[in-house]
Ligand binder design. Sequence first.
Ligand code: GCB
Length: 592
Amino acid sequence: MLRPIVNTWRDRRTLTGLWRFAVDPGGVGRDRKWWQQPLPGSVEMPVPASYNDVIPDPAIREHVGDVWYQTDVPVPAGWAGERVVLRFDAATHRAVVWVDDERVAEHEGGYTPFEADVTALVRPGETSRVTVVVDNRLSWESIPPGYVEQTAEGPRQRYYHDFFNYAGLHRPVWLYSTPVTHVRDVTVRTGLSGTTGTVDYDVTIAGDGEVGTRVVLRDASGTEVASGVGTSGTLTVAGAHPWRPGEGYLYTMDVELWQDGSPADRYSLDVGIRTVAIEGTRFLINGEPFYFTGFGMHEDHAVRGKGHDDVSMVHDFALLDWIGANSFRTSHYPYAEEILDYADRKGIVVIDETAAVGLNLGIGGGILQGARQPTFSAETVSDAARRTHLQAIRELVARDKNHPSVVLWSIANEPESHTEESRKYFEPLFAETRRLDPTRPVGFVNMMLSPSDQCLVTDLADVVMINRYFGWYTQTGDLAAAERELEADLTAWAARHHKPILVTEYGADTVAGLHSVVPQPWTEEYQAELLDMYHRVFDRVDAVTGEHVWNFADFATSAGVFRVEGNKKGVFTRDRKPKAGAFTLRRRWRRP
Ligand code: GCB
C-alpha cells in the first residue's frame, strides 16, 4: 500500500488536529449508531496520539473496549473527477470507519495502515463527517493476544507483554486524491555486482483502458541514471552509489503512467540500492560484514503514549547518533512509516518486527510466572490467532518491502518455542514471510526459557535472535556468575547453529539517580557494569554479530510490583536524559 504523496497528479490533506471523542464504557455506541450524529459529550482528543494519558482520568486510561473519534472533513473542490481515499496509518487495535452514514472500512491490527476509496460517497466542495470506533481489546484471536477479565470492579484487560496497552489513533489520518487510473503499488528489489547496481521493479496499475508505464531513476542530484518502459523490468545503474549503514544514499524512482499520449499519474519512491545476505555466521550488507549496535526501542512518550511526532523522532535519532548506534529493532510492533523513511535517509539499519509479542503464557509483564494454561491450544493462541498473525505479516511486508533500512523481518518476540505446538504454529509463518519477500532473512526472538538445546523454532530462522537477562532476572546482583552463564549460553548457541547470533535484548532496570560503589541492582553503576560484562563476553564469541540493549529509553507498562512507573531498563530516561550506561555504550560504539 503506497503512502499518499503530493505532486502534479496527487494531493493529500492530513486530518491531524482535535477530533470529537467519546469513551463508550457501556459499549452502546454501535447499537445507537453514534456515527449518525455528533458524538455525545464535549471531549476533544488530539490525533495522532494514544488517548490514554492525555486526560488524566482512570476511566480513560484503563478503559476497556470502544472509544469513538469524529471530525468534519472538507473535501477540496479541486478534487472533482479524482479518486478520493481516506487512509488511517494505524488504529489500535481494530476499527470501523463511517463516512457520513456509510460504513467504509474495518481493520484488525493496531500498527499497519488501512484505507477506503470514498470517491462515491464524498462531494468535492462539500464537507463529510468521518466517524471511527476504535476497540482496544486484546483477545485470543488478536495479535498481540490477551483476554478481558470480568471483575467486580468492571472489565480488566490482561496481556502477557511488557508495555502499556496504549490505544487510539496513534498515527496520522489522511484524505488524499489520485487520478482514477493510477499506480496502485510498486515493488523494488535491488542488487549490486561490483559497482553496478540493479533495480528490479514491478508496478501494479488500477483503472481503465490502455495504460503505458515509464520508469525513471534519478540520483540524489536529480540526474537521470536509468529508465525503462512497461510494468516490470530491471534498471541498471553503472557506478551505483549504494545505500549503506551510516550513509542513507537514496535514488528516486518516478513511475509515470501514460494514457492516449498524455501523462496520467506519477508516483515517486525513494530507492536505496543495497544487498543483504547471510554467510555462515556473518550478516552481510553489500557484501560487507555488518555488526549491529543499538537498541530495542518503543514508540513511547509522556502524555502522547504511542502517538507519532516528528520532534521526538528527530531527537531520538540524534541520540542514536550521539551514542554510536547503527541500528534498532521495532520492538514489539511495526513503527510509524515516518520512522522508516527517516531511517532510510539516515542510513540506520532496522530489524522490522510484527506485533506478535506475548505469545508465551509462561511470562507476564516481563516476569516469569509459570503457565497455568498451554500457550498454543484451541482455547488460547489458536488457529484464529495464527490467521491474524499471518495477516499482520502480510501487511507488514506490503508496507515496508521497499525500505532499504529494513534488513531483517522479526516475526515474533519471545513466543513459546520449546514445544511441538510452537513449531507447528511457526512453520507456515516462516514459509509465508519468505514467499512474500525472498530477499530478506527472517527470524524470531527467542527467550531464556527456551535455551539452545530446547528451542524447536530457531532452526526455521536465518539468524539466531536471543534476549538474555543473566545478571538481572537470574544471577541477580552477581555479575561474575552471570558472566559464566552468558558465555556458556552463547557458546552453546554458536555450536548448535552455524548462524549469526544477534543478542536482541540485554539490560538491567535502573532508576536514574540511584548510585552505589559496589554492584547493586537498580543503580546506574550496576547497569553500566552489566553492559561492560556482556560486551566482554560478546567479544569472546565469534558468532555474535550484533548487540541491541534493552531498552533505548524507559517506557510505560501495566502496573506491577517489578515496574516502578514502568520499565526502567532504558539507558535514557523516558524524557531522554542519559543514565551512566549511556556513556558506557558511547565509549564502546563510538570507538575508532
Ligand atoms: C523481555 C521482553 C521485553 C521486556 C523485557 C523486560 O524479554 O522482550 O518486552 O520489556 O524482557 O524488561 O523484562
